[in-house]
Write a protein that binds this ligand. Structure first.
Ligand code: NAD
Length: 301
């Protein structure tokens, strides 16, 4: 099915969902949108071809393809399985694509439950952060075979530039969790390296320039540098606002640790990184960009 001419539902218009839906709107896609916070919908409302729903069931009744972009897997389960949710109200054949980051097994169970009532559900988590969501350059890790992924490509292309078929429901989440495990650990390593250099009296900007062209280079050094003022566009240079939050990273590290434990696999660095993000949450940093974890290494005066 080609969804370009369909009504597309979008549920969850937060830091990621809002710019993603905005890109669909700009591409001319007919939309029906919903968020528990009606205020979240205001910047998309009033546009020809975009309807603001007042309930999830209204989205379910009108859309052929529905995206969800919600904080946690529990929220996704609720939106799908509550009495007024998608599973009770969507029309047979509707495809639900969850772009949130959630436990792979949850997605597999929801996908199985959807299949029993003639719906389809798969995961398509994203990487690229808020910057990628705004720019329409996200990477989609689609938990589906190539044919299904290709059927979604025209719609996903309005929001992302790389669209990868990961094979089956849940596998998109596995890819996402592995990426974020490495990202979370890389950020801690970058914070430790820059803090150590600064303690020795070295300029973090000079240190960054050296590491960025050396073997320690990574995205946290060269794009999302945690030291304020080193990269003018990084969240660290803007009070750590507008990025992936500490709370989100702590959730993702928790998913990595949990899924590793379920596989009886040790995850030593992941477990330590998870605790550091949780320490940062306890220090009131939950809503700041995850690079603010560097505050744990601040010199006490
Ligand atoms: P957010 O908290 O900014 O947005 C979530 C939105 O969902 C909010 O507007 C909230 O009101 C809405 N919502 C919550 N429960 C709802 C419900 N029952 N019905 C309808 N709306 C509901 O979160 P975000 O940063 O946009 O992240 C969303 C998902 O994307 C998370 O799973 C996160 O892990 C993942 N993600 C985030 C980033 C990032 O950089 N922020 C990057 C990649 C993936």
């Amino acid at each position: 099915m080609n969804f370009s001419n369909s009504v597309v539902g979008f549920i969850g218009l937060g830091k990621m969902g809002l710019p993603m839906a905005k890109n669909l709107q700009s591409a001319g896609q007919s939309l029906i949108i919903y968020d528990v916070s009606q205020q979240a919908c205001t910047s998309l409302a009033g546009h020809k071809g975009t309807e603001v729903a007042t309930s999830i069931s209204e989205v379910a009744n009108k859309a052929d393809l529905i995206f969800t972009m919600l904080p946690t897997g529990e929220d996704v389960a609720q939106v799908c399985q509550a009495a007024d949710g998608l599973f009770s109200h969507a029309r047979p054949g509707t495809l639900i694509v969850d772009c949130s980051t959630a436990h792979p097994q949850l997605i597999r169970s929801l996908s199985d439950a959807a299949a029993h009532i003639s719906l389809r559900m798969l995961d398509a988590p994203v990487s690229g952060g808020v910057v990628g969501a705004v720019a329409g350059t996200l990477t989609f890790m689609v938990g589906a075979d190539q044919v299904t992924t290709d059927s979604l490509r025209p719609v996903l292309s309005a929001m992302g530039k790389k669209i990868v078929s990961c094979g089956a429901p849940g596998h998109g989440q596995v890819a996402k969790i592995c990426n974020n495990l490495l990202l979370g650990i890389s950020m801690i390593g970058t914070c430790e390296a820059l803090s150590l250099g600064a303690r020795h009296g070295m300029d973090p900007a000079m240190l960054t320039e050296i590491i960025a062209s050396s073997t320690g280079n990574n995205w946290c050094v060269s794009t999302n540098n945690p030291w304020p003022g080193v990269l003018p566009d990084a969240p660290s240079s803007h009070g750590y606002a507008h990025g992936g939050s500490i709370q989100t990273l702590a959730k993702d590290m928790g998913l990595a640790v949990q899924t590793a434990s379920e596989q009886h696999m040790p995850l030593l660095l992941g477990a330590v990184a998870k605790q550091l993000y949780e320490m940062a949450m306890n220090q009131g940093l939950s809503d700041l960009d995850f690079s603010s974890v560097i505050k744990l290494y601040a010199e006490s005066k």
